[in-house]
Write a protein that binds this ligand. Sequence first.
Ligand code: NAD
Ligand code: DAU
Length: 341
Amino acid sequence: MKIIVTGGAGFIGGNFVYYELKNHPEDEIICLDNLTYAGNLETLEDAMKNPKFKFVKADIADREAVFKLFEEEKPDIVVNFAAESHVDRSIENPEIFLQTNIMGTQVLMDACRKYGITRYHQVSTDEVYGDLPLDRPDLFFTETTPIHTSSPYSASKASADLLVLAYHRTFKLPVTITRCSNNYGPYHFPEKLIPLMISRALADEPLPVYGKGENVRDWLYVEDHCAAIDLVMRKGKVGEVYNVGGHNEKSNLDVVKIILKQLGKPESLITYVTDRPGHDMRYAIDPTKIHEELGWLPQTKFEDGIKQTIDWYLTHKEWWQNILSGDYQNYFEKMYGERLD
Ligand code: NAD
Ligand code: DAU
C-alpha cells in the first residue's frame, strides 16, 4: 500500500510516520509537507534513512504540485494532518487557516477524485464541537453533537469536515474523519501548553497560564491517537466520523503543577495572564463508537505519558532549543511581550 501523509513534519504527523513505518513495514509512506514554522525536518531524520519513506516539500493548497505528485505516485490512501493548528495564531491571523485547512483539503480531495484512492482520511479535532460547561461533568462530545465552533481555527477545521462529508455524499469519495482531543508527547511544537511549560520551567522562566487556569482539556498520548487513525483509515466505515479520546480530563493549572512537580521546580513560576479571547472552557470526548466498532482503547495513562514526554524533552534538548532560537522567539515576544511585562 502507498500512503500519502500530509503534514508529516509536524507533531502528530511525524509521530504517525514512525507509527506506520514500525507497524506496517510493508507499506510505502510519502510525506507531503511545505515546512511552515511548525514543520521540522529534524523530526523526520530517522525516517529519511528508511527506503520505504520519501519526503516531498509542497503546499497542499498548490493544485498543480499536488496533482503532479498524485499522477507520479498513485497513492492508495491519503491521510491529511497538514493544517495550521494553533488557536492563538488563528486569532492573530485567520486567513492562512482558511487557505490551508479548507482550500488545502479541497485540493487534496479533488486529486483523490481524479486519480482514485481507496481511502481519504481527514484528521480533525474535538474543537469542532465548541465547548462544554465546567459544572456539567456528565456531558461529553459524541459524533452527533452539533458543530458549534469558537475560534477561526476550529471554524476552519469544521468547514473542512463538512466539505469532506459533502465529497462523500456527492462524489462518493471513500472518506473517514477522526475528531481527537488534545494530544501530548514527543515532537510537540513548544508553542502549545505542555511543551511550552516544560521548556520554560527548565529555564526558570514565568509560565503564562491564561485566565484562572480552570479550563479543562482531555489529554491523549500521541501514539494512542496514531493507533486510532491507523485503525480508522484501514478498517473504519466509509463516510463515518469517529471521536478519539481517553477520558483524561485535567484543568490547565493541574497540568502545569504536574509538570513543575516532575521537574522539581517551584509553583511560584506560575504567572496568570490575560485570557485567550473566546477561550473554550472544557473539552471531553465520548469514545464509545471507536471502542465498540473497532476495538480501540488508549494504552498510555497520563501519569506515564507525561513522564515519558518530560523525559523526551530532557533528552532531546537540541530539537526544541533549535526551534526556540529561531523565528519562534519573535512570535513569543509578539504574543506574550506585554502580558508578562
Ligand atoms: P502541527 O502544527 O504540529 O503540524 C502541522 C504540519 O502541517 C507541519 O509540519 C506544517 O509544516 C504542515 N503544513 C501546514 N500547512 C501546510 C500546507 N499548506 N501544506 C503542507 N503542509 C502544511 O500540527 P499537529 O498538532 O501535529 O496537528 C496535526 C493535525 O491534527 C491538524 O490537522 C490538527 O488540526 C489535528 N489535531 C491536532 C491535535 C493536537 O492536540 N495537536 C488534536 C486533534 C487534532
Ligand atoms: O482539542 C484539540 C486541539 O488541541 C487541537 O485541535 C489543536 O490543534 C491543539 O493546538 C489543541 O488546542 P488547545 O487550544 O486546547 O491547545 P493549547 O496547547 O494551545 O492550549 C491548551 C490549554 O492551555 C488551553 O486551555 C489554553 C491554555 N494555555 C495555552 C498556552 C499556549 C495557557 O494557559 N497558556 C499558554 O501559554
